[in-house]
Design a protein around this ligand. Structure first.
Ligand SMILES: Cc1ncc(COP(=O)(O)O)c(C=O)c1O
Length: 390
């Protein structure tokens, strides 16, 4: 069962999220509650803990490969949850989602060519593109009232003019929280087909979808040049530091090429802890996951409702999916430095700066709400007190 146990003092001082050097670097103080990293503060599902305990008790760590059971478990989960039919033969395993992206960029483009991203977007995308010697091409999302949408006219222009070989899609989108509709993905695939561009879809947040929104995979468009990074239990089961990345494509030539690349660098050897945890998560973790999703949805609703009622100057983008909420603080009328100081030093709330995501406007910030509700409530009450003083 999902539970929100109190934080155990001392266990967290090596977590990146709480690391005081990093906090001082980002915020100029470590005296704040961190909400900046996309991981969760909750204990993981019991069935996963039990499987890890079984592995430890076995006391033997011989070479052990069990990837076919992992692929089957991820396939079944996606069939039941998202109606996706995935062939367990068409998966490739790599150490993580980011290493999947790094490998795919190298396999499906050449140095100097373009990789399109939809900014503001998860900051590691740009880093991976540029460190592979490729060019990051921005297709900035446009604001349509309360939500972000894809700018398809600009998208097509960029595919036409910028030697783009890959579209790196984030679905659900971190940080703006959109869960792309089947229609939006179909339009994207149609334009990509016209210019013969590969679409790589990072679907690591696929299961964290709220209200009546529905996750649609790029795979469901049937686009033959689509690749999904699917089913890593990092975000949905809180296994960030022990999860792999799973690449999937129905395109036989692509998946053969990806498997060969992963194998050539010996990246496909799973670690026993990851293997045990992943199979347990997808086979036995459903009840826990439903509890987690309900709790997170309630946190999102509380934060959105509280800000709307008490700090209407702050614009909140209610997420359709992901643990993140994206904010625009422009309405407070503060310059970037006073805003930063109000958030970190007065409200003591460690948000992710929007500028990290390619957002030129310094008034934007992201929060990860996978934390105990009481903690979030105390943080937002402090924020309200600080805002009331302006
Ligand atoms: C969209 C997205 N992709 C990838 C990652 C990181 O994945 P991994 O740690 O498995 O490489 C994150 C983590 O926040 C993310 O939000």
């Amino acid at each position: 069962m999902f539970k929100v146990s109190p934080q155990v003092e001392g266990i967290s001082n090596k977590f990146i999220k709480h690391d005081s050097n990093m906090l001082n670097q980002i915020y100029g103080t470590d005296d704040l509650v961190p909400y900046w990293v996309a991981d969760m503060d909750f204990p993981i599902a019991n069935p996963i803990t039990n499987e890890l305990a079984r592995l430890v008790e076995r006391e033997v760590y011989s070479y052990e490969f069990n990837s076919s059971n992992i692929f089957q478990a991820i396939s079944n989960w996606n069939r039941d949850r998202h109606g996706l039919q995935l062939n367990p033969e068409n998966f490739a395993q790599v150490p993580g989602v980011l290493s999947a992206i790094a490998l795919l960029i190298r396999e499906f483009s050449n140095e100097g060519e373009g990789v399109l991203i939809q900014t503001p977007v998860y900051h590691q995308f740009r880093r991976l593109i540029e460190s592979a010697g490729r060019k990051a091409v921005n297709n900035t999302l446009k604001l349509a009232g309360e939500r972000y949408e894809m700018d398809f006219a600009d998208f097509e222009q960029k595919l036409k003019n910028d030697s783009v070989k890959i579209v790196l899609l984030c679905n659900p989108h971190n940080p703006v929280g959109r869960v792309w509709t089947a229609d939006e993905l179909r339009q994207m695939a149609e334009i990509a087909a016209k210019y013969d561009v590969v679409v790589i879809s990072d679907e690591v947040h696929a299961d964290i979808v709220f209200d009546d929104h529905q996750f649609n995979s790029i795979l469901a468009t049937g686009y033959e040049s689509a690749i999904s990074i699917i089913g890593s239990p990092a975000k949905n089961f809180g296994l960030n530091s022990i999860s792999n990345g799973y690449i999937y494509s129905d395109n036989e030539a692509y998946i053969a090429k990806i498997k060969a690349a992963s194998s050539s660098m010996a990246l496909d050897h799973g670690n026993a802890f990851t293997t045990f945890a992943t199979i347990a998560a997808y086979e036995k973790g459903q009840e826990w996951f439903e509890g987690f999703l309900t709790y997170t949805q309630n946190n999102v609703d509380w934060v959105v409702g509280y800000v709307a009622e008490h700090m209407p100057q702050i614009k909140v983008f209610k997420p359709e999916g992901t643990n993140q909420i994206w904010f625009d603080f422009s309405g407070l009328g503060l310059a970037p430095e006073p805003l930063k100081s109000l958030l970190a030093k007065e409200a003591k709330i460690g948000l992710t700066p929007g500028t990290w995501f390619g957002e030129p406007n310094e008034n934007y910030y992201r929060i990860n709400v996978a934390s105990p509700l009481e903690q979030l409530q105390a943080s937002f009450e402090r924020l309200k007190a600080a805002v009331d003083q302006i």
